[in-house]
Design a protein around this ligand. Structure first.
Ligand code: NAD
Length: 473
């Protein structure tokens, strides 16, 4: 698919709504405008929030099994439209089509898994004449703000968790990748009662309006730490509940007993999957000095074979950077790293063609305080850094404001486990990376976030704890 003729509309109160003003959407693989999407005004947002508020009471009074049945029907519909959604995904995001399809299928599975989970009421105290019970009650209207790097899975995870716990939602995709979510809203428009699932699009200001909106009770936000801080400030207006899933600068520690040949492939993908536009990508790679040279040369050999290009080409393994702003940022970081005198161990080749393509770039042992080590690059540039003992590796890995995730690689599992215990991050993987499950809580420490997603903890984020005490008379 290269041209879109369909008009994309927002879903507000079960109706498909367009606007006079529009926002262009660009295909990052060729820089061409592929569509224009609605640009919501404050009035559109108010209508969506009002519809969500009005539908809340009936929706939250449905039984959990009834809400699960609606979400199962939603999952079925997403599955039926999987190829169409994946095509839009590749078109607007740039990710290779076969991988976009995996994200859509994974989202369907997540929707089914999360909607089976139940937050059970608990009896906290029970005597002959007195009983104390705790319930989880929904919050009301949840505003869901989505980034551009995982436009489907992050949205579906939030939508399912919010709806399953009895909330209604207003979803805002990134202005860079709105097509998949607008289409999903349209597909869902007759599956839920009007007002339960609303989708609005516009520019960044729309996110700000949501954050400040007095009738939105919760914001679940995934995006950069800088924007997350603004959300936290804005949410103070009506003490909104917030969940923030933010940036990361994940370290991978490769131990002395690791076998480079065996590990370069999974570690390469931990760093470069989705063209490194992943919050939990390995963004700093620490390798023990005794295997450093061998590891680096094996990594470069592997990187040489990777095909970068248009996501609709079946041979493509990595697509472009998703948008021009990020493209310019990554290019500038690479230029500055070169100027600083750092050693470029590898710079891949890319075709001379339109599109936001950046070559795979590997930096050989840059200083700890260089920008390429300190910042979240969010593009295919990886610093590989030498260390000589595990205390040093742990200290360097923890020397960041971020605390999303990290990984440890090697044969001595006891040692790996002791290193994992010392990393200040929400998740640590040993001999794997970027593995998430719907039933396993996920969230960041430090400036990587607040609150959790997935699992029962993720559902709880959309609820208030409510205690009922009863004296029997
Ligand atoms: P971003 O912060 O620029 O935008 C995220 C969303 O927030 C978009 O929908 C945007 O329109 C909206 N937004 C922008 N300004 C806003 C404001 N003032 N108030 C409210 N909303 C606003 O992030 P991005 O560039 O889309 O995404 C990349 C970032 O997201 C990276 O830092 C990455 O690490 C992070 N991320 C984190 C996770 C996680 O689970 N921790 C997952 C994916 C991405």
């Amino acid at each position: 698919m290269t041209v879109i003729t369909t008009e994309f509309k927002m879903t507000i109160n079960g109706l498909l709504v367009t606007t006079k003003q529009k926002v262009p959407v660009i295909n990052p693989a060729n820089e061409k405008i592929i569509s224009h999407v609605p640009k919501a005004t404050k009035e559109h947002l108010n209508t969506a929030v009002k519809a969500a508020k009005e539908s809340f009471q009936k929706w939250c009074e449905l039984s959990e099994n009834e809400r699960q049945a609606k979400l199962e029907a939603f999952a079925d519909a997403l599955h039926q439209h999987r190829e169409e959604i994946a095509e839009l995904f590749t078109l607007e995001m740039g990710r290779p089509y076969h991988l976009a399809l995996i994200e859509v299928d994974g989202s369907v599975a997540t929707c089914r898994a999360l909607s089976k989970m139940r937050l059970k009421a608990e009896i906290l105290d029970e005597k002959e004449d007195h009983v104390v019970e705790r319930y989880y009650s929904p919050l009301g209207v949840a505003g869901l703000i989505i980034p551009w790097n995982f436009p489907v899975s992050i949205a579906i995870r939030k939508i399912t968790s919010a709806l399953m716990t009895g909330n209604t939602v207003v979803v805002k995709p990134s202005p860079y990748t709105p097509l998949t979510m607008l289409r999903i809203g349209e597909i869902a428009s007759n599956l839920f009662p009007p007002g339960v699932l609303n989708v609005v699009t516009g520019e960044n200001e729309l996110g700000e309006w949501m954050t400040n909106h007095p009738d939105i009770d919760k914001i679940s936000f995934t995006g950069s730490s800088a924007t997350g801080k603004k959300v936290m400030q804005g949410a103070a207006a009506n003490l909104k509940r917030i969940t923030l899933e933010l940036g990361g600068n994940d370290a991978a520690i490769v131990m002395e007993d690791a076998v480079p040949k065996e590990l370069v492939e999974p570690i390469f993908w931990a760093a470069f999957r989705n063209t490194a536009q992943v919050c939990i990508a390995t963004k700093r790679l620490y390798v023990h000095e005794n295997i450093y040279d061998e590891f680096l040369s094996e990594l470069i050999e592997f990187a040489k074979k990777i095909k970068i290009g248009d996501g609709f080409n079946s041979e493509t393994q990595l697509g472009p950077i998703q948008n021009k702003m990020q493209f310019e940022k990554v290019k500038e970081l690479i230029e500055e790293t070169k100027k600083s005198g750092a050693k470029i161990a590898f710079e891949g080749e890319i075709e001379d063609r339109p599109g936001y393509f950046v070559p795979i770039t590997i930096i050989d042992n840059p200083p700890e305080d260089s920008r390429v080590v300190v910042e979240e690059a969010f593009g295919p540039v990886l610093p590989v850094i030498k260390y000589s003992n595990y205390d040093e590796a742990v200290e360097k890995a923890n020397n960041t404001h971020y605390g999303l995730a990290g990984s440890v690689w090697g044969k001595d599992l006891k040692l790996a486990r002791s290193i994992a215990d010392r990393l200040h991050t929400g998740t640590v993987w040993i001999n794997e990376a970027q593995v998430l499950f719907p039933h396993v809580s996920f969230g960041g420490h430090k400036e990587s976030g607040l609150g959790l997603e997935n699992g029962l903890d993720g559902l709880r984020e959309y609820t208030n704890s409510k205690t009922i005490m009863m004296k029997k008379i």
